[in-house]
Design a protein. Structure first.
Ligand SMILES: *[C@@H]1O[C@H](CO)[C@@H](O)[C@H](O)[C@H]1NC(C)=O
Ligand SMILES: *[C@@H]1O[C@H](CO)[C@@H](O)[C@H](O)[C@H]1NC(C)=O
Length: 212
């Protein structure tokens, strides 16, 4: 189980920025001029046929929450990648995995869509910041509640940052008028400022004090 990725080296980080599609009537949102939802794709480790990534959805809107029934995110694989497993979320469809005989992937869709798990999901399916039913507060209200994350195991992809092909065409679906996401870009792998990270930092400094 992973409880905190804050201190781990992120090998490759991709970010897609999504903006709410506003109607003609409120095309400029004076309350939330830079509000956006960012999807981060952090590759944390390489595996024999792909990698493990932590995917984080950050609701950087100051006032707009993502209400029930919550977010759905989707993307298009660059080649023939598959999802071996997901922790803290699930793909909505398995797709055609008939060519796999021994180990069956979680999803073989070329355009997978992933939803959050509900609160109270079994402990062994949870992941740090998961299981909010896709419901997020706004960053302005409560930064800790504005973050969702899940872990994904990707197969049939590159296994190094030279050979990996990153997913494209990110989509964010949610209640309301919807979002439009720009092309995902490689970004410097900064630490995600989650509440859990602050807690971890405090725990570490307590340990330090106790050892003296
Ligand atoms: C590729 O990986 C190495 C370490 O394995 C890292 O130092 C380097 O920054 C990575 N390059 C990119 C573009 O992420
Ligand atoms: C997204 O929101 C964050 C937090 O407000 C802001 O720092 C960033 O510049 C925004 N990104 C874009 C492309 O507007």
């Amino acid at each position: 189980m992973e409880f905190d990725n804050g201190g781990k080296l992120k090998l490759v980080t991709l970010a897609a920025i999504c903006f709410m599609i506003l109607s003609q009537a409120d095309a400029f949102d004076p309350l939330d001029p830079t509000g956006n939802v960012t999807i981060r794709w952090d590759i944390m480790s390489w595996t024999s046929d792909g990698y493990m990534a932590t995917v984080t959805v950050l609701n950087f809107q100051q006032y707009r929450t993502i209400m029930n029934p919550g977010w759905t995110i989707g993307w298009t694989w660059a080649k023939k990648e598959i999802i071996w497993a997901v922790m803290g979320a699930q793909a909505t469809e398995q797709g055609d995995c008939s060519k796999f005989k021994l180990k069956i992937p979680h999803s073989c869709k070329r355009n997978p869509q992933v939803v959050d798990l509900m609160p109270g999901a079994p402990f062994n399916m949870q992941y740090n910041n998961c299981c909010k039913g896709g419901v997020l507060t706004s960053w302005g209200q409560d930064p800790a509640g504005a973050v969702s994350a899940f872990q994904i195991g990707v197969g049939l992809s590159g296994t190094s940052n030279k050979t990996v092909k990153l997913p494209k065409n990110f989509k964010l679906l949610g209640p309301g008028p919807g979002y439009s996401c720009g092309p995902a870009k490689l970004v410097p792998a900064t630490v995600i400022p989650t509440d859990d990270h602050r807690r971890k930092a405090q725990a570490l400094s307590m340990k330090y004090t106790n050892s003296h």
